[in-house]
Design a protein around this ligand. Structure first.
Ligand code: HEM
Length: 528
Protein backbone atom coordinates (compact mmCIF):
# COMPACT_ATOMS: atom_id res chain seq x y z
CA UNK A 1 0.00 0.00 0.00
CA UNK A 2 2.78 2.40 1.05
CA UNK A 3 4.55 1.65 -2.24
CA UNK A 4 1.50 2.63 -4.32
CA UNK A 5 0.94 5.81 -2.32
CA UNK A 6 4.62 6.77 -2.80
CA UNK A 7 4.37 6.18 -6.56
CA UNK A 8 1.17 8.26 -6.69
CA UNK A 9 2.80 11.12 -4.73
CA UNK A 10 5.90 11.08 -6.96
CA UNK A 11 3.69 11.04 -10.06
CA UNK A 12 1.54 13.97 -8.87
CA UNK A 13 4.68 15.92 -7.88
CA UNK A 14 6.31 15.24 -11.26
CA UNK A 15 3.17 16.33 -13.13
CA UNK A 16 3.00 19.49 -11.06
CA UNK A 17 6.67 20.33 -11.52
CA UNK A 18 6.47 19.78 -15.28
CA UNK A 19 3.10 21.53 -15.70
CA UNK A 20 4.61 24.30 -17.83
CA UNK A 21 6.85 22.11 -20.00
CA UNK A 22 4.79 22.49 -23.15
CA UNK A 23 4.17 26.20 -22.70
CA UNK A 24 6.32 27.32 -25.64
CA UNK A 25 5.54 24.28 -27.80
CA UNK A 26 1.84 25.23 -27.71
CA UNK A 27 2.69 28.77 -28.82
CA UNK A 28 5.17 27.82 -31.57
CA UNK A 29 8.08 29.59 -29.86
CA UNK A 30 11.57 27.94 -30.01
CA UNK A 31 12.89 26.68 -26.68
CA UNK A 32 15.11 24.05 -25.10
CA UNK A 33 13.40 21.15 -23.38
CA UNK A 34 13.48 21.82 -19.62
CA UNK A 35 14.42 19.49 -16.78
CA UNK A 36 12.13 19.23 -13.75
CA UNK A 37 12.81 21.91 -11.08
CA UNK A 38 15.96 23.42 -12.69
CA UNK A 39 14.41 24.11 -16.12
CA UNK A 40 17.22 25.23 -18.48
CA UNK A 41 19.56 26.16 -15.64
CA UNK A 42 21.08 22.78 -14.74
CA UNK A 43 24.66 23.87 -15.57
CA UNK A 44 24.19 26.91 -13.36
CA UNK A 45 22.80 24.94 -10.43
CA UNK A 46 25.69 22.46 -10.76
CA UNK A 47 28.05 25.45 -10.69
CA UNK A 48 29.54 24.45 -14.04
CA UNK A 49 28.57 27.52 -16.01
CA UNK A 50 27.66 31.16 -15.38
CA UNK A 51 24.24 32.62 -16.11
CA UNK A 52 25.92 34.66 -18.89
CA UNK A 53 27.19 31.47 -20.56
CA UNK A 54 23.91 29.57 -20.21
CA UNK A 55 21.89 32.40 -21.79
CA UNK A 56 24.54 32.98 -24.46
CA UNK A 57 24.40 29.34 -25.57
CA UNK A 58 20.59 29.39 -25.88
CA UNK A 59 20.62 32.84 -27.53
CA UNK A 60 23.08 31.80 -30.25
CA UNK A 61 20.90 28.78 -31.06
CA UNK A 62 17.65 30.75 -31.23
CA UNK A 63 18.53 34.29 -32.23
CA UNK A 64 17.07 33.93 -35.74
CA UNK A 65 13.72 33.96 -34.04
CA UNK A 66 12.75 37.36 -32.60
CA UNK A 67 11.69 35.73 -29.39
CA UNK A 68 12.53 32.44 -27.67
CA UNK A 69 11.55 30.63 -24.51
CA UNK A 70 13.64 30.08 -21.37
CA UNK A 71 12.80 28.00 -18.34
CA UNK A 72 14.32 29.75 -15.32
CA UNK A 73 13.84 26.92 -12.85
CA UNK A 74 10.09 26.17 -13.11
CA UNK A 75 9.13 29.52 -14.64
CA UNK A 76 8.55 29.81 -18.40
CA UNK A 77 9.62 33.26 -19.62
CA UNK A 78 10.06 34.87 -23.03
CA UNK A 79 13.43 36.24 -24.15
CA UNK A 80 13.37 38.93 -26.84
CA UNK A 81 16.24 39.26 -29.28
CA UNK A 82 14.89 41.80 -31.77
CA UNK A 83 15.56 45.54 -31.12
CA UNK A 84 12.15 46.54 -32.53
CA UNK A 85 10.38 44.17 -30.12
CA UNK A 86 12.59 45.41 -27.28
CA UNK A 87 11.50 48.99 -28.02
CA UNK A 88 7.89 47.85 -28.14
CA UNK A 89 7.95 46.11 -24.75
CA UNK A 90 10.16 48.59 -22.93
CA UNK A 91 8.92 51.88 -24.41
CA UNK A 92 5.94 51.88 -26.80
CA UNK A 93 3.79 49.37 -24.92
CA UNK A 94 5.27 50.15 -21.51
CA UNK A 95 1.80 50.41 -19.94
CA UNK A 96 1.51 46.64 -20.46
CA UNK A 97 4.94 45.92 -18.96
CA UNK A 98 5.33 48.32 -16.07
CA UNK A 99 6.75 45.91 -13.47
CA UNK A 100 9.69 43.65 -12.81
CA UNK A 101 9.11 39.97 -12.11
CA UNK A 102 6.50 39.38 -9.41
CA UNK A 103 9.04 37.44 -7.33
CA UNK A 104 11.00 40.63 -6.44
CA UNK A 105 7.86 41.97 -4.80
CA UNK A 106 7.35 38.96 -2.56
CA UNK A 107 10.72 37.26 -2.00
CA UNK A 108 11.80 39.67 0.76
CA UNK A 109 9.63 41.83 3.02
CA UNK A 110 11.94 44.82 2.95
CA UNK A 111 13.24 44.61 -0.64
CA UNK A 112 9.61 44.22 -1.75
CA UNK A 113 9.06 47.87 -0.77
CA UNK A 114 11.98 49.19 -2.83
CA UNK A 115 11.47 51.09 -6.06
CA UNK A 116 12.82 48.13 -8.04
CA UNK A 117 10.12 45.83 -6.67
CA UNK A 118 7.17 48.23 -6.34
CA UNK A 119 4.44 47.81 -8.91
CA UNK A 120 2.05 49.90 -11.02
CA UNK A 121 0.81 53.10 -9.32
CA UNK A 122 3.05 52.64 -6.26
CA UNK A 123 6.08 52.36 -8.54
CA UNK A 124 5.06 55.49 -10.48
CA UNK A 125 4.71 57.48 -7.26
CA UNK A 126 8.03 56.32 -5.83
CA UNK A 127 9.88 56.90 -9.12
CA UNK A 128 8.58 60.47 -9.14
CA UNK A 129 9.70 60.93 -5.55
CA UNK A 130 13.18 59.55 -6.10
CA UNK A 131 14.19 60.62 -9.60
CA UNK A 132 14.94 64.27 -8.61
CA UNK A 133 17.84 62.85 -6.52
CA UNK A 134 19.73 62.80 -9.81
CA UNK A 135 18.52 66.15 -11.17
CA UNK A 136 21.19 68.28 -12.89
CA UNK A 137 21.40 70.60 -9.89
CA UNK A 138 21.93 67.70 -7.45
CA UNK A 139 24.44 66.04 -9.75
CA UNK A 140 26.57 69.20 -9.69
CA UNK A 141 26.48 69.25 -5.89
CA UNK A 142 27.43 65.57 -5.81
CA UNK A 143 30.23 66.26 -8.28
CA UNK A 144 31.76 68.81 -5.89
CA UNK A 145 31.53 66.35 -3.00
CA UNK A 146 33.15 63.64 -5.12
CA UNK A 147 35.92 65.95 -6.33
CA UNK A 148 36.89 66.65 -2.71
CA UNK A 149 36.68 62.96 -1.94
CA UNK A 150 38.93 62.18 -4.95
CA UNK A 151 41.79 64.14 -3.33
CA UNK A 152 41.60 61.95 -0.19
CA UNK A 153 41.23 58.87 -2.36
CA UNK A 154 44.45 59.63 -4.25
CA UNK A 155 46.39 60.08 -0.99
CA UNK A 156 45.15 56.72 0.27
CA UNK A 157 45.68 55.08 -3.08
CA UNK A 158 49.37 56.01 -3.04
CA UNK A 159 49.71 53.59 -0.11
CA UNK A 160 47.77 50.82 -1.88
CA UNK A 161 49.46 51.25 -5.27
CA UNK A 162 52.82 50.11 -3.90
CA UNK A 163 51.97 46.48 -4.64
CA UNK A 164 49.70 44.80 -7.18
CA UNK A 165 46.16 46.08 -6.69
CA UNK A 166 43.08 43.88 -6.43
CA UNK A 167 40.84 46.16 -8.49
CA UNK A 168 37.61 44.52 -7.38
CA UNK A 169 38.42 45.31 -3.75
CA UNK A 170 39.60 48.82 -4.61
CA UNK A 171 36.52 49.79 -6.61
CA UNK A 172 34.09 48.12 -4.20
CA UNK A 173 35.50 50.36 -1.50
CA UNK A 174 35.42 53.41 -3.76
CA UNK A 175 31.80 52.77 -4.72
CA UNK A 176 30.74 52.21 -1.10
CA UNK A 177 32.42 55.50 -0.06
CA UNK A 178 30.94 57.45 -2.93
CA UNK A 179 27.39 56.21 -2.30
CA UNK A 180 27.72 56.93 1.43
CA UNK A 181 29.19 60.40 0.91
CA UNK A 182 27.33 61.78 -2.08
CA UNK A 183 23.98 60.04 -1.84
CA UNK A 184 23.40 59.29 1.83
CA UNK A 185 25.41 61.93 3.63
CA UNK A 186 27.78 59.98 5.88
CA UNK A 187 31.43 59.01 5.63
CA UNK A 188 32.03 55.39 4.71
CA UNK A 189 35.84 55.44 5.15
CA UNK A 190 36.03 52.19 3.22
CA UNK A 191 39.12 53.09 1.16
CA UNK A 192 40.96 54.61 4.13
CA UNK A 193 40.17 51.92 6.64
CA UNK A 194 40.95 48.36 5.49
CA UNK A 195 38.78 46.96 8.29
CA UNK A 196 35.86 49.36 7.87
CA UNK A 197 32.72 47.94 9.49
CA UNK A 198 30.61 49.79 6.95
CA UNK A 199 32.45 48.10 4.11
CA UNK A 200 31.73 44.68 5.64
CA UNK A 201 28.02 45.50 5.76
CA UNK A 202 27.92 46.94 2.25
CA UNK A 203 29.71 43.84 0.94
CA UNK A 204 27.18 41.60 2.62
CA UNK A 205 24.42 43.57 0.86
CA UNK A 206 25.87 42.48 -2.44
CA UNK A 207 25.71 38.88 -1.30
CA UNK A 208 21.95 39.21 -0.96
CA UNK A 209 21.62 38.45 -4.67
CA UNK A 210 24.95 37.10 -5.86
CA UNK A 211 25.57 33.89 -3.97
CA UNK A 212 24.70 30.25 -4.41
CA UNK A 213 22.45 30.38 -1.35
CA UNK A 214 20.49 33.34 -2.77
CA UNK A 215 20.06 31.34 -5.98
CA UNK A 216 18.60 28.47 -3.93
CA UNK A 217 16.16 30.91 -2.33
CA UNK A 218 14.97 31.98 -5.79
CA UNK A 219 14.72 28.30 -6.74
CA UNK A 220 12.58 27.54 -3.67
CA UNK A 221 10.42 30.59 -4.42
CA UNK A 222 10.04 29.39 -8.03
CA UNK A 223 8.90 25.93 -6.91
CA UNK A 224 6.31 27.33 -4.53
CA UNK A 225 5.94 30.89 -3.25
CA UNK A 226 3.71 29.54 -0.43
CA UNK A 227 6.37 27.08 0.68
CA UNK A 228 8.91 29.91 0.56
CA UNK A 229 6.68 32.19 2.67
CA UNK A 230 6.04 29.36 5.16
CA UNK A 231 9.80 28.72 5.51
CA UNK A 232 10.28 32.27 6.89
CA UNK A 233 13.40 32.72 4.72
CA UNK A 234 14.29 36.31 3.72
CA UNK A 235 16.95 37.63 1.34
CA UNK A 236 18.31 40.49 3.42
CA UNK A 237 19.92 39.64 6.75
CA UNK A 238 19.16 41.37 10.06
CA UNK A 239 22.56 43.14 10.38
CA UNK A 240 22.04 44.85 7.07
CA UNK A 241 18.56 46.01 8.06
CA UNK A 242 19.82 47.29 11.43
CA UNK A 243 22.57 49.27 9.66
CA UNK A 244 20.13 50.72 7.14
CA UNK A 245 17.79 51.82 9.92
CA UNK A 246 20.63 53.80 11.48
CA UNK A 247 21.64 55.51 8.23
CA UNK A 248 18.06 56.22 7.20
CA UNK A 249 15.54 56.50 10.03
CA UNK A 250 17.93 57.59 12.80
CA UNK A 251 19.60 60.04 10.42
CA UNK A 252 16.21 61.51 9.42
CA UNK A 253 15.26 61.91 13.09
CA UNK A 254 18.63 63.44 13.94
CA UNK A 255 18.39 65.98 11.14
CA UNK A 256 14.86 66.93 12.06
CA UNK A 257 15.69 67.39 15.74
CA UNK A 258 18.91 69.30 15.12
CA UNK A 259 17.68 71.26 12.07
CA UNK A 260 20.48 69.90 9.90
CA UNK A 261 20.13 70.14 6.13
CA UNK A 262 22.35 68.45 3.51
CA UNK A 263 21.72 68.08 -0.22
CA UNK A 264 21.32 64.29 -0.30
CA UNK A 265 18.82 61.47 -0.38
CA UNK A 266 18.10 61.49 3.35
CA UNK A 267 17.07 65.14 3.08
CA UNK A 268 14.82 64.37 0.13
CA UNK A 269 13.19 61.45 1.94
CA UNK A 270 12.69 63.61 5.02
CA UNK A 271 10.92 66.29 2.99
CA UNK A 272 8.75 63.75 1.16
CA UNK A 273 7.78 62.08 4.40
CA UNK A 274 6.89 65.42 6.02
CA UNK A 275 4.82 66.42 2.99
CA UNK A 276 3.11 62.99 3.05
CA UNK A 277 4.18 62.31 -0.52
CA UNK A 278 2.94 65.57 -1.99
CA UNK A 279 6.43 66.60 -3.04
CA UNK A 280 6.49 64.37 -6.04
CA UNK A 281 6.86 66.58 -9.05
CA UNK A 282 9.28 65.70 -11.79
CA UNK A 283 9.78 69.34 -12.64
CA UNK A 284 13.44 69.35 -11.66
CA UNK A 285 15.68 69.25 -14.72
CA UNK A 286 16.84 65.65 -15.03
CA UNK A 287 17.79 65.14 -18.66
CA UNK A 288 20.69 67.32 -19.64
CA UNK A 289 21.37 66.89 -23.33
CA UNK A 290 24.51 68.98 -23.22
CA UNK A 291 26.30 66.28 -21.25
CA UNK A 292 28.30 63.77 -23.27
CA UNK A 293 26.80 60.52 -21.98
CA UNK A 294 25.97 58.12 -24.79
CA UNK A 295 24.76 55.37 -22.49
CA UNK A 296 22.79 57.52 -20.02
CA UNK A 297 19.11 56.87 -19.66
CA UNK A 298 16.64 59.67 -20.42
CA UNK A 299 14.06 60.08 -17.65
CA UNK A 300 10.45 59.72 -18.81
CA UNK A 301 7.47 61.41 -17.22
CA UNK A 302 5.60 58.65 -15.39
CA UNK A 303 2.95 60.76 -13.66
CA UNK A 304 -0.70 59.77 -13.64
CA UNK A 305 -3.76 61.82 -12.80
CA UNK A 306 -4.30 60.06 -9.45
CA UNK A 307 -4.12 62.63 -6.64
CA UNK A 308 -4.13 60.44 -3.52
CA UNK A 309 -1.01 58.51 -2.59
CA UNK A 310 -1.11 54.73 -2.49
CA UNK A 311 2.11 54.55 -0.43
CA UNK A 312 2.21 54.49 3.37
CA UNK A 313 4.56 57.40 4.07
CA UNK A 314 4.64 56.61 7.81
CA UNK A 315 6.11 53.15 7.23
CA UNK A 316 9.83 53.24 8.20
CA UNK A 317 10.54 50.19 6.07
CA UNK A 318 9.47 52.04 2.94
CA UNK A 319 12.39 54.46 3.39
CA UNK A 320 14.86 51.85 4.61
CA UNK A 321 14.09 49.88 1.45
CA UNK A 322 14.95 52.85 -0.80
CA UNK A 323 18.30 53.36 0.97
CA UNK A 324 19.02 49.67 0.55
CA UNK A 325 18.22 49.86 -3.15
CA UNK A 326 20.42 52.90 -3.75
CA UNK A 327 23.33 51.08 -2.12
CA UNK A 328 22.83 47.77 -3.84
CA UNK A 329 21.84 49.08 -7.29
CA UNK A 330 25.00 51.11 -7.58
CA UNK A 331 27.41 48.81 -5.77
CA UNK A 332 27.97 45.70 -7.87
CA UNK A 333 27.21 47.53 -11.12
CA UNK A 334 29.73 50.36 -10.77
CA UNK A 335 32.38 48.12 -9.19
CA UNK A 336 31.98 45.70 -12.09
CA UNK A 337 32.27 48.50 -14.65
CA UNK A 338 35.46 49.90 -13.09
CA UNK A 339 37.02 46.49 -12.51
CA UNK A 340 36.50 45.33 -16.09
CA UNK A 341 37.29 48.72 -17.61
CA UNK A 342 40.67 49.10 -15.89
CA UNK A 343 41.42 45.50 -16.92
CA UNK A 344 40.72 46.37 -20.58
CA UNK A 345 42.76 49.58 -20.33
CA UNK A 346 45.70 47.57 -19.01
CA UNK A 347 45.27 45.07 -21.82
CA UNK A 348 44.81 47.69 -24.56
CA UNK A 349 47.67 50.12 -23.99
CA UNK A 350 46.86 52.06 -27.19
CA UNK A 351 43.37 52.87 -25.88
CA UNK A 352 44.81 53.84 -22.51
CA UNK A 353 47.33 56.15 -24.18
CA UNK A 354 44.63 57.89 -26.26
CA UNK A 355 42.53 58.41 -23.15
CA UNK A 356 45.56 59.70 -21.22
CA UNK A 357 46.22 62.24 -24.00
CA UNK A 358 42.61 63.47 -23.77
CA UNK A 359 43.03 63.80 -19.98
CA UNK A 360 46.25 65.77 -20.50
CA UNK A 361 44.43 68.16 -22.87
CA UNK A 362 41.78 68.78 -20.21
CA UNK A 363 44.41 69.34 -17.51
CA UNK A 364 46.11 71.94 -19.72
CA UNK A 365 42.77 73.68 -20.29
CA UNK A 366 42.12 73.69 -16.53
CA UNK A 367 45.46 75.52 -15.92
CA UNK A 368 46.17 73.60 -12.72
CA UNK A 369 42.61 73.84 -11.37
CA UNK A 370 40.63 70.63 -10.66
CA UNK A 371 38.57 69.20 -13.51
CA UNK A 372 35.04 70.64 -13.61
CA UNK A 373 31.70 68.88 -14.10
CA UNK A 374 31.34 70.39 -17.58
CA UNK A 375 34.92 69.59 -18.69
CA UNK A 376 34.59 65.96 -17.57
CA UNK A 377 31.33 65.54 -19.45
CA UNK A 378 32.71 67.10 -22.64
CA UNK A 379 35.42 64.43 -22.94
CA UNK A 380 34.44 62.53 -26.07
CA UNK A 381 36.93 59.67 -25.94
CA UNK A 382 36.27 59.12 -22.23
CA UNK A 383 32.59 58.65 -23.07
CA UNK A 384 33.47 56.18 -25.86
CA UNK A 385 35.70 54.16 -23.51
CA UNK A 386 33.06 53.94 -20.77
CA UNK A 387 30.32 53.10 -23.29
CA UNK A 388 32.44 50.27 -24.71
CA UNK A 389 33.20 48.99 -21.20
CA UNK A 390 29.47 48.75 -20.55
CA UNK A 391 28.93 47.01 -23.87
CA UNK A 392 31.53 44.28 -23.39
CA UNK A 393 30.79 43.72 -19.71
CA UNK A 394 27.23 44.89 -19.00
CA UNK A 395 26.74 44.58 -15.23
CA UNK A 396 23.14 43.35 -15.72
CA UNK A 397 23.04 40.06 -17.67
CA UNK A 398 19.39 40.66 -18.52
CA UNK A 399 16.55 43.09 -17.80
CA UNK A 400 13.09 41.78 -17.17
CA UNK A 401 9.47 42.89 -17.35
CA UNK A 402 6.25 41.27 -16.17
CA UNK A 403 3.08 41.66 -18.23
CA UNK A 404 0.46 43.56 -16.21
CA UNK A 405 -2.10 44.01 -19.04
CA UNK A 406 -2.59 41.46 -21.86
CA UNK A 407 -1.27 42.45 -25.28
CA UNK A 408 -0.68 40.94 -28.72
CA UNK A 409 2.85 41.58 -29.99
CA UNK A 410 3.52 41.83 -33.71
CA UNK A 411 6.36 39.43 -34.63
CA UNK A 412 6.42 40.47 -38.32
CA UNK A 413 5.75 38.27 -41.39
CA UNK A 414 2.08 38.08 -40.39
CA UNK A 415 2.93 36.40 -37.08
CA UNK A 416 1.84 37.62 -33.66
CA UNK A 417 2.07 36.46 -30.05
CA UNK A 418 -0.50 36.99 -27.33
CA UNK A 419 1.07 37.73 -23.96
CA UNK A 420 -1.18 37.18 -20.97
CA UNK A 421 -1.16 38.98 -17.61
CA UNK A 422 1.51 37.58 -15.30
CA UNK A 423 3.83 36.44 -18.11
CA UNK A 424 7.53 37.28 -17.63
CA UNK A 425 9.54 38.65 -20.56
CA UNK A 426 13.24 39.52 -20.56
CA UNK A 427 15.97 41.05 -22.71
CA UNK A 428 19.32 39.19 -22.70
CA UNK A 429 21.53 42.29 -22.51
CA UNK A 430 24.89 40.52 -22.53
CA UNK A 431 24.02 38.37 -25.55
CA UNK A 432 22.62 41.30 -27.55
CA UNK A 433 25.78 43.33 -26.83
CA UNK A 434 27.86 40.38 -28.07
CA UNK A 435 25.83 39.73 -31.21
CA UNK A 436 28.07 40.33 -34.28
CA UNK A 437 25.02 41.58 -36.19
CA UNK A 438 24.87 44.57 -33.86
CA UNK A 439 28.57 44.87 -32.99
CA UNK A 440 31.01 43.29 -35.49
CA UNK A 441 33.92 41.45 -33.87
CA UNK A 442 32.09 41.74 -30.53
CA UNK A 443 34.88 40.42 -28.26
CA UNK A 444 37.21 43.23 -29.37
CA UNK A 445 37.40 46.18 -26.97
CA UNK A 446 36.98 49.04 -29.43
CA UNK A 447 35.76 52.39 -28.02
CA UNK A 448 35.58 53.86 -31.52
CA UNK A 449 32.30 52.06 -32.07
CA UNK A 450 30.87 54.97 -30.07
CA UNK A 451 32.66 57.88 -31.77
CA UNK A 452 30.72 60.60 -33.63
CA UNK A 453 31.19 58.84 -36.96
CA UNK A 454 29.98 55.41 -35.83
CA UNK A 455 27.50 55.88 -33.02
CA UNK A 456 24.59 56.82 -35.29
CA UNK A 457 24.70 53.31 -36.76
CA UNK A 458 24.00 51.70 -33.37
CA UNK A 459 20.43 50.44 -33.56
CA UNK A 460 18.17 51.66 -30.72
CA UNK A 461 17.39 48.66 -28.52
CA UNK A 462 20.69 46.87 -29.27
CA UNK A 463 22.72 48.75 -26.62
CA UNK A 464 21.03 48.76 -23.22
CA UNK A 465 23.47 48.58 -20.28
CA UNK A 466 21.07 50.66 -18.17
CA UNK A 467 17.88 49.15 -19.55
CA UNK A 468 15.61 51.33 -21.64
CA UNK A 469 12.29 53.16 -21.29
CA UNK A 470 10.50 54.63 -18.25
CA UNK A 471 11.73 51.86 -15.91
CA UNK A 472 15.40 52.04 -16.90
CA UNK A 473 18.18 52.72 -14.39
CA UNK A 474 17.51 55.81 -12.34
CA UNK A 475 21.16 56.32 -11.39
CA UNK A 476 22.79 56.07 -14.85
CA UNK A 477 24.09 59.64 -14.96
CA UNK A 478 25.43 59.40 -11.42
CA UNK A 479 27.08 56.04 -12.21
CA UNK A 480 28.73 57.49 -15.32
CA UNK A 481 29.89 60.61 -13.49
CA UNK A 482 31.53 58.76 -10.60
CA UNK A 483 33.15 56.27 -13.01
CA UNK A 484 34.51 58.95 -15.35
CA UNK A 485 35.82 60.97 -12.42
CA UNK A 486 37.83 58.15 -10.87
CA UNK A 487 39.19 56.97 -14.23
CA UNK A 488 40.24 60.57 -14.93
CA UNK A 489 42.16 60.88 -11.65
CA UNK A 490 43.73 57.44 -11.79
CA UNK A 491 44.95 57.80 -15.37
CA UNK A 492 46.18 61.35 -14.81
CA UNK A 493 48.49 59.96 -12.10
CA UNK A 494 49.18 56.33 -13.00
CA UNK A 495 49.80 54.08 -15.95
CA UNK A 496 47.82 50.87 -15.55
CA UNK A 497 49.55 47.61 -16.46
CA UNK A 498 48.85 43.88 -16.37
CA UNK A 499 50.80 41.81 -13.83
CA UNK A 500 52.13 38.24 -14.22
CA UNK A 501 48.96 36.95 -12.57
CA UNK A 502 46.39 39.03 -14.49
CA UNK A 503 44.08 36.62 -16.37
CA UNK A 504 44.29 36.66 -20.19
CA UNK A 505 40.50 36.52 -20.39
CA UNK A 506 37.75 37.19 -17.87
CA UNK A 507 35.05 34.62 -17.11
CA UNK A 508 31.99 34.84 -14.86
CA UNK A 509 30.93 33.23 -11.60
CA UNK A 510 28.32 30.45 -11.71
CA UNK A 511 25.56 32.54 -10.12
CA UNK A 512 22.77 34.82 -11.34
CA UNK A 513 25.05 37.86 -11.58
CA UNK A 514 27.75 38.84 -14.05
CA UNK A 515 30.50 39.00 -11.43
CA UNK A 516 34.01 38.15 -12.61
CA UNK A 517 35.33 34.77 -11.46
CA UNK A 518 39.04 35.55 -11.51
CA UNK A 519 40.88 37.80 -9.08
CA UNK A 520 42.06 40.75 -11.16
CA UNK A 521 45.34 42.25 -9.95
CA UNK A 522 46.74 45.24 -11.85
CA UNK A 523 49.88 47.36 -11.46
CA UNK A 524 49.52 51.13 -11.11
CA UNK A 525 52.81 52.80 -12.10
CA UNK A 526 53.11 56.45 -10.96
CA UNK A 527 53.51 58.75 -13.99
CA UNK A 528 56.05 61.17 -12.48
C1 HEM B 1 27.34 51.09 -14.13
C2 HEM B 1 26.42 51.24 -13.22
C3 HEM B 1 24.98 50.81 -13.34
C4 HEM B 1 24.38 49.98 -14.25
C5 HEM B 1 25.00 49.29 -15.45
C6 HEM B 1 22.98 49.90 -13.88
C7 HEM B 1 22.03 49.15 -14.56
C8 HEM B 1 20.70 49.06 -14.20
C9 HEM B 1 19.72 48.27 -14.88
C10 HEM B 1 20.00 47.40 -16.09
C11 HEM B 1 18.54 48.45 -14.26
C12 HEM B 1 17.21 47.81 -14.65
C13 HEM B 1 16.64 48.66 -15.77
C14 HEM B 1 15.45 48.08 -16.48
O1 HEM B 1 14.79 47.21 -15.94
O2 HEM B 1 15.18 48.54 -17.62
C15 HEM B 1 18.75 49.36 -13.16
C16 HEM B 1 17.76 49.80 -12.30
C17 HEM B 1 17.99 50.70 -11.29
N1 HEM B 1 19.19 51.33 -10.98
FE1 HEM B 1 20.95 51.08 -11.92
N2 HEM B 1 22.77 50.66 -12.76
C18 HEM B 1 23.95 51.24 -12.40
C19 HEM B 1 24.18 52.10 -11.34
C20 HEM B 1 23.20 52.62 -10.53
C21 HEM B 1 23.42 53.60 -9.49
C22 HEM B 1 24.76 54.21 -9.14
C23 HEM B 1 22.22 53.83 -8.91
C24 HEM B 1 21.88 54.75 -7.77
C25 HEM B 1 22.67 55.08 -6.81
C26 HEM B 1 21.24 53.01 -9.59
C27 HEM B 1 19.91 52.97 -9.29
C28 HEM B 1 18.98 52.17 -9.92
C29 HEM B 1 17.60 52.09 -9.50
C30 HEM B 1 16.96 52.85 -8.35
C31 HEM B 1 16.97 51.17 -10.37
C32 HEM B 1 15.50 50.73 -10.33
C33 HEM B 1 14.67 51.62 -11.22
C34 HEM B 1 13.18 51.30 -11.21
O3 HEM B 1 12.79 50.15 -11.03
O4 HEM B 1 12.42 52.26 -11.43
N3 HEM B 1 21.88 52.28 -10.57
N4 HEM B 1 20.09 49.73 -13.14
Amino acid sequence: MFFFISIAVVYVLYKWLTRNDEFFLKRGIPYEKPLPIVGNLLELVLQRKSFVDVIQRIYVKNKRSKIFGLFSFTQAGYMITDPELIKSVMIRDFDHFVNHDQCFNSIDKMFGKSLFALQNQQWREMRMILSPIFSSANMKIMFDLLSHYADDFLIEFKRKAVGDVDVFDLFSRYTADVTSTAVLGFEGDCVKNDNSEIYKIVKSMKEVFNTFSSMLKFLLFGISSRLYAASGVQLVNKNVIAFLRIVTIDAMRDREQNHISRPDVIQLLLEVRKAKGNRRSQDEEINDDELQNFSAHKEFNVSTNKTTSTLDMTDDDLWVAQTFLLFIAGFHTTTHLLQTLTYELAKNQDVQQELYEEIQDVLVLMCGKPVTFEALHKMKFMDCVISEGLRVYPPAVQVDRFCNKPITLDLGNGKSLHITKGQPIAVPVYSIHHDPEHFPNPEKFDPNRFNDENKSSIVVGSYIPFGIGPRACMGSRFALMKSKLIVFHLLANYKIKMTDTTPKKLTFNPDLSSSVKEKVYLKFVARN
